[in-house]
Design a binder for this molecule. Sequence first.
Ligand code: SF4
Length: 283
Amino acid sequence: MGRFITGIYNYCDYWCDRCAFTRRCRNYADGPTAKRLQAEGRAEDRDAVNQSFWNDLAARLRDATIFGKMAEYAADEGDEADAWDAGALDDAADREIDAAMEARDRAVGAHPLTHLSRDYMMRTAQWLKEADADLKSLAAEWLAQAGARYDETDYEEAAREVGDLIEVVDWYHTLIPPKLARAIGNLAEPVCGDGEYARIISESRLSDANGSGKVALIAVERSIAAWLRLRELLPRQEDAILALLVLLGRLQRGIRAAIPGAESFKRPGFDPGATLFADDNPA
Ligand code: SF4
């Protein structure tokens, strides 16, 4: 079993500070290191005697391997090989790919889940901005009340909980739209060509749609849980929070209906029983 879990970062919520798999995530291992080196301007650290050099090389090799395999499958398809050889792409193949991408963009733009998720994102962003004054006045009330003789409320714990819950809704409200766009796009984009190559692409898109849909579903469910508790802690925000919960409920039902494979998708590393990369999962 290698140190890294293949593809774990494809279906996570990118919340590395709260992730139990940082040690087994190549994205985490490579990301901060690359940023640190960039900030420090230490070009010599890219030398081949440094581990980061080999990590970068490994990432490039992974891409090269995937594209190489695709070219091989295309070659097995006979004449189609030429269409997928970068040097031999003709105008017809270009047009077919452009048309497929346009169809994908149109489908994403027109899908009800796209509108719903953007609506939720914008309304949550607005709430985070507009609730500020009310939350500060509540904080002032708690400060004045803390230590009062007959008040047993644990204000310290309440304050920590509010901060934690707001962090949850803040984190997920921007994650849901891009994850849904990716899922919807994968389901909608027509597959160019046919035969074995087309079958592989089609299966891979369906799997990615399910994985992306699952991340969106998890983000929605965690947001619902956070808002429900915030509703209890912030009774003055009840109306605004209820409106957001209604949108989240519609999103939850919509995802289950439009991406039926999302809920049962097993994310490498995170979900027990993931079989796609079974060899990489922790024992
Ligand atoms: S799997 Fe964990 S460590 Fe890796 S990118 Fe996702 S949240 Fe961050």
